[in-house]
Unconditional design. Structure first.
Length: 330
């Protein structure tokens, strides 16, 4: 099995993070004993974590136990730094990418790194994506928006065109979720409601804006968490495109015709949803992802696809072959 969606966090201390941004730069507080810890923002705990997040040898032991052949690792989105000064964010991204490559270095066949980039400055982002790819990363992870800029913004479209031209696979992860604390008070609602909506927003912004008509078909772009709510609501979008000119004014074809331009991971947790995802995008556009080592991830890794009604060949595609092709791993 190849797991395309997992996160890591290097052993960044408080002093290093505070020099970059005392309130927003994330760092890692490891508890006494070295088994557990917290991702911190400033002096506030952000998320409880455990050793697999920062210890590659320990991670590989867990992958052995779950039968995972190769796992792609990417930064936790709180590390993006999209609100910082571009030069500072570019330096931070380069450091994090060096950390990601180093994290994988002792287990090169088991762990592969995705880069991060200073997406608020497209010239710097393109340069870092290319530099990191040459340094050993197998793709780039980006957030689904930068402030008020969704993926259809000309700057972000230019970045995607750069990735298409440079054969850099793109993995889009939702972050900085809509709603705010006034409405998303508790029960992890930002992760349960806003995160799927953010992913759908990114996908629809590319389609309805006409951006997918300008971006080369060579672009490899994959959306996390099963594409959020995109597949389930695509019929509603097609219906709106059919009957409302304000929906189709920039989009020359029915939105569903673009669905096969998008890959999705299969971190979807439900057999019916997985089948719908395959019907909308195609089995050859799905890849297994876990969101490991976070508790909302799939446990055990690959269990949904393995228990599905897909044929043995289709399971092989989702669990292994599609990732080889998408990330050029052969």
């Amino acid at each position: 099995m190849i797991d395309i969606h997992s996160h890591f966090f290097p052993l960044i201390g408080k002093d290093v993070a505070h020099k970059v941004d005392p309130e927003k730069a994330a760092w890692l507080r490891v508890d006494e004993g070295g088994q557990k810890g917290h991702i911190m923002l400033g002096d506030q705990p952000f998320r409880p974590v455990y050793r697999a997040l920062w210890d590659p040898a320990y991670r590989v032991q867990e992958l052995d136990e779950q039968g995972v052949e190769t796992q792609l690792v990417c930064s936790t989105p709180v590390m993006f730094g999209y609100t910082w000064d571009p030069a500072k964010a570019a330096d931070w991204a380069a450091q994090m990418n060096e950390q990601a490559v180093a994290f994988c270095a002792d287990h090169p066949s088991r762990l592969k790194a995705l880069s991060q980039v200073p997406l608020q400055d497209i010239k710097l982002a393109c340069a870092e994506a290319s530099r990191a790819q040459a340094a050993g990363c197998v793709g780039v992870q980006i957030g689904n928006h930068v402030g008020e800029k969704d993926l259809d913004h000309p700057d972000l479209v230019d970045f995607l065109i750069h990735c298409a031209n440079e054969n850099i696979p793109v993995f889009v992860h939702p972050w900085d979720m809509m709603g705010g604390p006034g409405r998303m008070k508790q029960w992890m609602l930002p992760w349960l409601v806003s995160m799927p909506a953010e992913t759908q927003l990114g996908m629809l912004s590319l389609i309805l804006s006409g951006a997918m008509e300008r971006i080369p078909e060579s672009l490899k772009i994959c959306f996390a968490h099963g594409g959020g709510s995109f597949a389930y609501l695509l019929g509603r979008v097609d219906n709106a495109w059919k009957y409302r000119d304000i929906v189709r004014k920039d989009c020359p074809r029915p939105p569903s015709e673009y669905a096969r331009r998008f890959y999705c991971d299969a971190t979807i947790f439900d057999q019916g949803s997985l089948r719908l995802l395959a019907d909308v995008h195609g089995v050859d556009r799905l890849m297994m992802g876990s969101d490991y080592p976070y508790p909302l991830g799939e446990q055990p890794i690959g269990s949904l696809v393995q228990a599905s009604s897909f044929s043995p060949n289709e399971k092989q595609q989702i669990l292994h072959d599609n990732a080889i092709t998408f990330f050029n791993l052969a």
